[in-house]
Design a protein around this ligand. Structure first.
Ligand code: CTP
Ligand code: CA
Length: 221
């Protein structure tokens, strides 16, 4: 019979997190995808739950365990992710960490066989979930996107923040060899300033971000 844990600064808040890649099928055995392990998004979902938030984690195809206290919804495609996000609203905050495939194609019902000519894929742009949330009547009060960039990291991410209507963009410098790695170098791009963090383990990026989110939701009650 110890002391019960403190309720946490995000108690009573609902936070939505997307994580991992999406897979856009080409045929029953092939797909289009972005590189993403899902680890940073899962760590963020876990850190938010540890601060007491009710967390809905909408996860693309990844091989990761669900963090403690997190409600997980598994999806495959961008369209499924967009639908799952819409069903999860309202939320006080949303953190969109998923590396959503930008395009999909009409999947062939049977496996495409070699030797009948090289197939051409006709691509259709996927819905942009961040833009959808930014313009929704149920827009979360704090809307956070991620941007993995290889060059001009802060410039690209600053432009993305404005274009997509996010409150913050967490700009992730992927010029080195971080894809699937354990650490991240990020900049928090806000309307008023840019905060650059030193290279940190993904777990620490997650706990710091959860702290900032708790600060902000408390300030704006
Ligand atoms: N995002 C999204 N839905 C999409 C594409 C992206 O919600 N269909 C979100 C990502 O989860 C991320 C942010 O938007 O939070 C930025 O994603 P990114 O791929 O960097 O931006 P894009 O606008 O797709 O630009 P790019 O051409 O650089 O891929
Ligand atoms: Ca993209």
């Amino acid at each position: 019979a110890g002391t019960p844990p403190a309720p946490g600064r995000l108690a009573g808040r609902h936070v939505l997190v997307t994580a991992g890649p999406t897979h856009e099928p080409i045929d029953p055995v092939r797909y289009i995808a972005n590189r993403s392990s899902g680890r940073q998004g899962f760590a963020i979902a876990g850190a938010l739950a540890a601060e007491g938030a009710a967390v809905t984690l909408i996860a693309g195809p990844v091989t990761l365990d669900t963090p403690a206290g997190v409600e997980r919804v598994d999806v495959e495609t961008a369209q499924e992710m967009a639908n799952a996000v819409a069903k999860t609203l309202p939320a006080d905050a949303a953190v969109l960490v998923a590396a959503v495939a930008d395009w999909r194609t009409d999947a062939a019902p049977q496996k495409i066989k070699k030797g009948t000519g090289t197939p051409t894929l006709r691509l259709t742009e996927n819905p942009d979930i961040l833009t959808m949330l930014a313009t929704s009547p149920h827009r979360p009060r704090l809307l956070i996107g991620f941007a993995a960039e290889t060059d001009h990291v802060i410039e690209h991410a600053t432009a993305k923040r404005a274009k997509k209507g996010a409150d913050w963009i967490v700009a992730n410098d992927v010029s080195g060899d971080v894809m699937g790695g354990d650490a991240n170098t990020v900049h928090i791009i806000r309307a008023q300033d840019v905060e650059s963090w030193e290279k940190l383990p993904k777990s620490q990026v997650a706990t710091r971000l959860a702290t900032r989110i708790a600060d902000t939701l408390q300030e704006t009650a």
